[in-house]
Design a binder for this molecule. Structure first.
Ligand SMILES: C[S@@+](CC[C@H](N)C(=O)[O-])C[C@H]1O[C@@H](n2cnc3c(N)ncnc32)[C@H](O)[C@@H]1O
Length: 272
C-alpha cells in the first residue's frame, strides 16, 4: 500500500476490519484467577467507547459479524466443533455406517460453528436450535444455507409445537457443543432433545472435565454422570482434550463424548 509520503506500508490484512473480514478491538482484563468460566468478560472498543461484554452475553457477540470467531477461535483457540465432528464421524464409520446419511439436530447451534464442521463431514440433514433469536440471525447472515432449518426456541417444555415440528425431521443424531453447563442449556432441554432422536441414533456432546467429578452436584453434572452409567446410552468415544484456553491462558479441558441412544431419558435421571 502506497502512503502519502511515498513509503510502502506493509499491511497485514488479517487485521483489517472490512465487511468480509471484520476485526474488532478486543481487550482482555487484568488476570484474575478468581473468575469462574461463566464470569469471564472482555472489553470491546467500539466507536470511541469501551464496552464490557461477558463471554455469556452471546446476543451482544452474535450481533457483530466475526466477533465470536475472533474471540473464541482466533484468540482462545477453541477446537471443539472440528474435533467433535471428526470423532462423531469416526465412531459412525467404525460402526460400519455412513456419516453422509445422518440427520442431525444441533442443539445450542449458536452462529453455526458446529454446523460448519458437520457440513464438512457431509451429513445428510442439518437442523439447528438455539434459544437466542440473535444466534439464528447471525447464522443466516454469516453462514446462509448451512442449516436446512434453524429454530430460535426453547426445548425445556416436554410438549411444544417446536418439539412436534422437530419430530418430523426423524433425527438420528444429536450434537450439542460448548453449550452444556455453566448456565447454558438446562437439563430439561437436553433431555427433550435427546428424546427427539430415534432409538439407535448418535449423540455427540462435550462437557468440562470437572463435571464428571463426584464433588460437582449441579443438575447437569448429575445428569451426565447418570447418562454415562445408565443403559440409556452406549458409549463409543470419550476423549479428554483441550477445548480452548481461558482468558488467563490456562488450557480448559473437556471430555468429548460420542454414544448411541438406547432409550429415552426420564426426568428422574437428572435427579440422581
Ligand atoms: C458457546 S455457544 C456454542 C455455540 C456452538 N455450538 C459452537 O460450538 O460454537 C452456546 C450456545 O448455547 C445456546 N443456549 C444457551 N441456552 C440454551 C437453551 N436453553 N436452548 C438452546 N440453546 C441454548 C446459547 O445461546 C449459545 O448460542
Amino acid at each position: 500500500m502506497q502512503t502519502e509520503n511515498g513509503l510502502t506500508a506493509v499491511v497485514d490484512d488479517r487485521y483489517l476490519r472490512t465487511a468480509s473480514n471484520p476485526r474488532y478491538s478486543v481487550r482482555l482484563p487484568m488476570p484474575n484467577g478468581a473468575l469462574a468460566q461463566n464470569e469471564a468478560y472482555f472489553f470491546l472498543e467500539e466507536d470511541g467507547q469501551r464496552k464490557k461484554i461477558r463471554f455469556h452475553d452471546y446476543d451482544e457477540i452474535y450481533l457483530r459479524p466475526g466477533l465470536y470467531e475472533q474471540l473464541f477461535y482466533d484468540r482462545l483457540k477453541c477446537e471443539s466443533p472440528t474435533r467433535m465432528a471428526e470423532w462423531l464421524s469416526k465412531a459412525v464409520n467404525d460402526a460400519g455406517e455412513r456419516t453422509q446419511s445422518l440427520r442431525v439436530l444441533d442443539l445450542g447451534a449458536g452462529n453455526g460453528m458446529m454446523g460448519q464442521a458437520l457440513a464438512k463431514e457431509g451429513v445428510a440433514r442439518l437442523v439447528g436450535v438455539d434459544i437466542l433469536p440473535e444466534a439464528k440471525m447471525a447464522t443466516e447472515r454469516d453462514r446462509p444455507g448451512l442449516y436446512d432449518a434453524y429454530f430460535a426456541g426453547d426445548l425445556t417444555q416436554s410438549k411444544s409445537d417446536l418439539l412436534t415440528e422437530l419430530s418430523e425431521w426423524k433425527f438420528d443424531c444429536l450434537t450439542t457443543v460448548a453449550a452444556l453447563g455453566f448456565g447454558d442449556i438446562p437439563t430439561m432441554a437436553f433431555i427433550n432433545a435427546y428424546n427427539a432422536i430415534e432409538k439407535g441414533g448418535w449423540v455427540a456432546f462435550n462437557i468440562r472435565d470437572t463435571f464428571l467429578s463426584q464433588e460437582d452436584d449441579t443438575g447437569f453434572s448429575v445428569l451426565i454422570r447418570a447418562v454415562l452409567l445408565s443403559q440409556k446410552m452406549e458409549l463409543h468415544r470419550m476423549i479428554r482434550y483441550r477445548h480452548r484456553y481461558s482468558i488467563d491462558g490456562e488450557p480448559l479441558y473437556y471430555y468429548g463424548i460420542v454414544g448411541r441412544k438406547r432409550s429415552n431419558l426420564t426426568t428422574d435421571v437428572a435427579n440422581g
